[in-house]
Design a protein around this ligand. Structure first.
Ligand code: 9D3
Length: 237
């Protein structure tokens, strides 16, 4: 998969893609990630990336021209009906569809080429949305200052689902969420730490009992902090 990120703050991404699973996937050429400064695609003397909103109101809006130019440079067209098969142009905005594991999985499975546009200020000129964008995504119901942290989240969620991105010791199937509830508690040595003991059931080697305990604890935790996950016909996590 090839991922291009469009941002007005390219330096934000300094080392975020240089660690752990993403780093390994890049080295193994499972994914190629490139970050581009939207300003590099401006054509005017002042290299303007933003302007005041028509109709008035606070803040600035990202201008369409440099974003159209960037997409034309990267994809050869600014008409989304002409994108090659497996190409997605994703706009990160608070107005997008909330990101879920099922969406990350769909992108990981279907995408050869992704361009991720990071929104900023009050938003992005709507013509970008109407013409270039194939998917509008939010990462949740809280206010960020821009799409950059959301891009890091999205890239991480996608890359770890690409074939062979995880080591053979781990599997995306075993992830919390892949069976729709939260994970059970984990313990490692020492068995007693500052007077706190590891639950006896985990020490006795009875694997049927351990499985049962873990399932109970996972359900208890899910009921307590994510009741919504239990009452869904929500098979998407
Ligand atoms: C406080 C500004 N709001 C005015 C009504 C609107 C607004 C515009 C732009 C709020 C946040 C942003 C910047 N956020 C993103 O670009 C963003 C985001 C987010 O804020 N939350 C969750 N996911 C995302 S993805 C991109």
């Amino acid at each position: 998969m090839k991922i291009d990120v469009l941002t007005i703050f390219p330096e934000f991404f300094g080392q975020v893609f240089d660690f752990g699973i993403i780093r390994r996937a890049r080295l193994a050429e499972i994914v190629e990630i490139n970050v581009h400064d939207i300003r590099e695609f401006t054509a005017d003397k002042h290299r303007m990336v933003d302007d005041r909103p028509f109709g008035g109101g606070d803040g600035m809006v990202l201008k369409p021209e440099p974003i159209f130019a960037a997409i034309e440079t990267l994809l050869g067209t600014s008409d989304r009906s002409e994108y090659s098969e497996g190409t997605k142009v994703i706009l990160l905005t608070p107005q997008g569809e909330p990101l879920k594991q099922s969406i990350a999985k769909e992108i990981a499975d279907e995408t050869k080429r992704a361009v991720i546009i990071c929104g900023r200020y009050e938003g992005v000129d709507e013509r970008v949305n109407e013409t270039l964008v194939t998917h509008e995504i939010s990462i949740g119901d809280y206010v960020l200052s821009g799409g950059e942290p959301a891009a890091v989240v999205l890239v991480d969620a996608i890359v770890r689902l690409l074939p062979n991105a995880l080591g053979s010791d781990t599997s995306a199937e075993n992830d919390s969420f892949s069976d729709g509830i939260l994970d059970y508690p984990h313990y490692t040595r020492p068995a007693e730490y500052r007077g706190m003991n590891v639950p006896e059931v985990l020490l006795n080697g009875n694997h049927a009992e351990i499985e049962k305990w873990r399932r109970e604890k996972a359900l208890e935790k899910t009921r307590s902090v994510r009741h919504d996950l239990l009452k869904g016909a929500n098979g998407d996590m």
